[in-house]
Design a protein around this ligand. Structure first.
Ligand code: PHE
Length: 341
């Protein structure tokens, strides 16, 4: 058969062929367009065609190639459509929803509740890196050069030479407060949530990482009374309207004065139980007025501005709400635990 006739007969086939399945389409593709397929043979033969005929035969060959490709595409489209109508006809809309559908992790639920509570009084949310430098985690926050928190026993260092450039895993999200004060215009009212790391032996009561939400408010005339009332509002929203709080004097390098806040035990309501170790109170957060030296480190004039800060452990709040007695459960992703929330 002459080359032209072969092309014409294959062209007629391509225009008529009805490829029913994906397999038919694939077999046809390999036969015509495959590396050892008929089209390649025709193109080989085309090299020997005398110059006067090249134009016509060349055109016919290209037409054939397009027709073959179209036939294959049409078959594929048809098969896909058939599959999807089949799938749709098998859909049983009356089937009950799969009960294993996912839901928010308890720590995320607590975090979102804290965002909601502080959001109502104007706090936004700030973000910062978990891998930090010494300056943002310690130096800017007024930690002395020999402060024990800088000890390898407490902090995971990544690069260490004893300078503010040291690289480490943040031990608290106060580093995000520093970044906010350096980068944002005043006043600032923000929450700094995130994972923090401490070099602890993992047990039911301690973990080498946990989650914190720190809060920061810097403006003119911010007072300790503002701090107290903000925390009282938070405690009542979180644990119920009749929740009692107390502030005990404490110490943090970056706040002065500093305090620790307790709430009346949520289990025994102050009467004394094992959760509150028979004191009637459980500690829930650290707080204080931002030390003027910290404001100065961030370029804020402490004679004009003042601020308060607080830091709360998300696991701690979740423990109080849900009475989880082993911290490790929060990060093990055991469905038997998670599905209870
Ligand atoms: N950064 C402190 C901690 O991690 C918590 C804190 C924050 C205390 C803000 C006071 C003010 O323990």
């Amino acid at each position: 058969m002459q080359l032209k006739e072969k092309i014409d007969s294959l062209l007629a086939e391509a225009r008529e062929i009805r490829l029913q399945t994906m397999e038919d389409a694939e077999r046809y593709r390999i036969r015509l367009l495959g590396r050892k397929g008929e089209l390649n043979d025709l193109f080989e033969e085309f090299k020997t065609v005398e110059p006067g005929l090249k134009k016509d035969i060349g055109q016919a060959l290209n037409q054939l190639k397009t027709a073959v490709q179209e036939a294959i595409q049409k078959a594929k489209d048809g098969c896909l459509q058939k599959e999807s109508t089949q799938a749709a006809s098998q859909l049983d809309l009356s089937r009950p929803v799969d009960e294993r559908i996912g839901h928010r992790h308890p720590l995320s639920q607590v975090r979102e509740e804290i965002f909601r509570i502080f959001g109502k009084i104007g706090f936004d949310v700030s973000d910062g890196p978990e891998i930090e430098d010494d300056w943002h985690v310690f130096t800017a926050l007024n930690f002395s050069a020999d402060h024990p928190a800088r000890d390898m026993q407490d902090t995971f260092f990544i690069e260490r030479s004893g300078t503010p450039q040291d690289v480490l895993l943040r031990t608290h999200t106060s580093s995000v407060q520093i970044r906010s004060m350096m980068n944002h215009p005043l006043p600032i009212r923000t929450l700094c949530p995130g994972r923090v790391y401490r070099n602890e032996v993992v047990s039911a009561r301690a973990h080498c990482f946990f989650h914190q939400i720190e809060g920061l408010y810097v403006d003119k005339n911010v007072s300790f009374a503002d701090l107290h009332d903000t925390l009282l509002y938070f405690a009542r929203e979180m644990f119920g309207n009749d929740t009692k709080i107390r502030l005990r004097p404490s110490y943090f390098p970056f706040t002065e004065p500093s305090a620790e806040m307790d709430i009346a035990c949520t289990i025994c309501a102050g009467k004394g139980c094992t959760l509150c170790k028979h004191t009637g109170w459980v500690e829930i957060l650290g707080c204080g007025m931002v030390d003027p030296a910290v404001l100065k480190n961030c370029g804020i004039d402490p004679d004009v501005y003042s601020g308060f800060a607080f830091g709360v452990g998300v696991e701690r709040i979740a423990n109080l709400l849900y009475r989880v007695n082993d911290l490790r459960l929060f990060s093990e992703n055991d469905r038997r635990f998670l599905s209870q929330f």
